[in-house]
Design a protein around this ligand. Structure first.
Ligand code: 6CS
Length: 348
């Protein structure tokens, strides 16, 4: 555990609480639990809305409680993921944009132009994909996590200081990416100078012009006021933001079968809620941005304009395959087959 994580534990007064809850599990006590659950976002943002649904379901259907720690209260994503892995907290939301560094095959979510754009197909894919629920769930197990859910958070858009219509427009742009290395490869291939940073440093770096661009779903661009420090939004259609809801595996394995099922039911309940919650969210968030800043530029790339970005995506796919070998190739193949199956199911 890093000093940061230990510091975060101490700041939140969790050291003793964590050991006590682990001890209760080891001696098999059936007493009510308090499940500590850390997020990468604020309580009113998508991860917070999901977590609130999860908490309400658990608390309505058991004596257990869930305490949510929104972004910042226990540190950055790397800190909270490590806390959950070590058992200092029981649950965490951890996005492949960060955890792709820990589990290389998760970078499949970060590959441009792989996930479907149709939101019904996308939801069905996350609901039913064996590659997610079996193969990748197993990779999370190897790292000490039980994967309870993965869900999309919205189409990723670029926000920049200058308009972007082609990779040439990204030349010389220091573009912030999350810390998974494949995102560095992506923005290199897109023509920018990628700069991996934890979330907490992004607003200041844009304000100081140390970076000139970043990517995120529209709701997040609005809720974190990214539009105050960038002037153009570009819809490139290259990805949808994915996140994962994870429980510490030792904690989860120590639960009764009934409580394990309760956790899974709560996760599915929150999944369906968050899919519905996001209907129209991108458009509503864009409207709010344009109300606050009417001069914000908005570009939707045409198919023709997307083409060079799509071609660049091929390079990134090669990097992913070189870095993940046969295991990564199987995940990508499974992913594409599952997307096709979701497309067929939605078309029925
Ligand atoms: O860009 C990021 O780092 C953040 N983006 C979202 C949508 N959620 C959390 C993450 O830290």
């Amino acid at each position: 555990m890093t000093c940061n994580s230990l510091g975060a534990l101490r700041r939140a007064g969790l050291g003793l609480a964590a050991s006590a809850s682990m001890l209760a599990l080891t001696v098999g006590a059936a007493s009510a639990l308090d499940i500590k659950y850390a997020l990468e976002e604020a309580i009113h943002e998508v991860q917070g809305v999901y977590a609130t649904q999860f908490k309400e379901y658990i608390e309505a259907n058991s004596d257990h409680t869930v305490t949510i720690f929104p972004f910042g209260t226990l540190g950055e994503s790397a800190d909270t993921t490590e806390l959950a892995q070590m058992g200092g907290i029981e649950m965490v939301t951890a996005s492949p944009g960060f955890t792709g560094s820990l589990i290389p095959e998760l970078n499949v979510f970060n590959l441009p132009y792989v996930l479907p754009e149709d939101t019904d197909v996308l939801a069905e894919f996350f609901r039913s994909s064996p590659t997610i629920h079996e193969t990748l769930a197993g990779r999370y197990n190897d790292q000490g996590f039980e994967m309870l859910s993965m869900y999309p958070e919205g189409e990723v858009v670029m926000t920049t200081k200058q308009p972007v219509e082609s990779p040439d427009d990204l030349a010389g742009v220091n573009f912030r990416v999350m810390t998974s290395p494949i995102l560095v490869s992506t923005y290199e291939a897109f023509g920018a100078t990628p700069t991996p940073l934890p979330w907490g440093e992004v607003f200041g770096a844009l304000q100081l012009n140390m970076i000139q661009g970043q990517e995120n779903p529209m709701f997040f661009v609005e809720s974190t006021n990214m539009y105050e420090v960038t002037d153009h939004i570009t819809f490139t259609g290259h990805n949808n933001f994915t996140t994962a809801v994870l429980a510490n595996k030792t904690f989860f394995d120590g639960l009764s079968e009934e409580d394990q099922q309760l956790m899974r039911d709560a996760a599915w309940h929150a999944f369906e809620y968050i899919i519905e919650y996001q209907e129209g969210l991108t458009e509503a968030s864009l409207e709010m941005i344009l109300e606050a800043k009417p001069e914000m530029g908005v570009t939707r790339l045409t198919d023709e304009q997307r083409e060079p970005f799509r071609q660049a995506a091929q390079q990134v796919r090669e990097v992913y395959l070189a870095e993940t070998g046969d295991a990564g190739a199987a995940v990508l193949e499974g992913f594409e087959a599952d997307i096709e199956a979701a497309r067929a199911a939605v078309a029925e």
